[in-house]
Design a protein around this ligand. Structure first.
Ligand code: G3D
Ligand code: MG
Length: 184
């Protein structure tokens, strides 16, 4: 029998300020994470481990501290990221609308530093909108145009969709790297 393996994945969480990046990480890790702040690049990271089929997955989520704009992040933030989550807010106010438009900017920036890595987008704060009036086709279109793996509707407040959304990207990474390691 093959021994259990260990995987390390750095996942960067991008998106405008106040869309819920930090809240989402907290919700997913249930607050059980080691958080460290890297002052020089205005970023923080949270470590979280999970097990899949006996293998250990060591996750590091990198998150922007404060309201840093896409032009200000330096390469250290993106270095060796294996996947990215781009968060926007479904709120119909200015913040929400801008955060949706800015997804493409965040993605371009990511691509510049990381090339083509798996990306998903989280449409957060669904608790603040009327679900019947949600324009999902707009999100779907954007995800398709940018070749994202998918989009997930979430609420860091109620927890809706959060665990499923994080697990989807983590599972994808796990199966990708598990497959690669079995070829070695
Ligand atoms: P950021 O890390 O992207 O900057 P934060 O965003 O996680 O700091 O969240 C910004 C604010 O939005 C916080 O409110 C937080 O509680 C709120 N928030 C995050 N996710 C959700 C959500 O899904 N639904 C709702 N209703 N609020 C959310 P405060 O008031 O603490 O600034
Ligand atoms: Mg934050």
């Amino acid at each position: 029998m093959k021994p259990f393996e260990e995987f390390r994945f750095k996942i960067v969480i991008l998106g405008d300020g106040a869309v819920g990046k930090t809240s989402l990480i907290q919700k997913f890790t249930k607050g059980v994470f080691e958080k460290e702040y890297v002052k020089t690049i205005g970023a923080q990271f949270s470590k979280y481990n999970k097990k899949i089929d006996g293998d250990i997955i060591r996750l590091i989520f990198w998150d922007i501290a404060g309201q840093i704009d896409f032009n200000f992040l330096n390469h250290l933030f993106y270095k060796e990221a294996k996947a990215a989550i781009i968060v926007f807010s479904l709120e119909t106010n200015d913040l929400g609308q801008k955060s949706f438009i800015h997804i493409t900017n965040w993605y371009k920036e990511l691509e510049k530093y990381c090339g083509t890595i798996p990306v998903v987008t989280f449409a957060n704060k669904v608790d603040l909108v009327d679900k019947n009036r949600l324009n999902e086709s707009k999100i779907q279109k954007l995800a398709k145009e940018n070749n994202f793996l998918g989009y997930y509707i979430t609420s860091a407040k109620t927890g809706e969709g959060v665990i499923e959304a994080f697990n989807a990207i983590i599972d994808k990474l796990y199966f990708k790297y598990k497959k690669l390691s079995s070829i070695d």
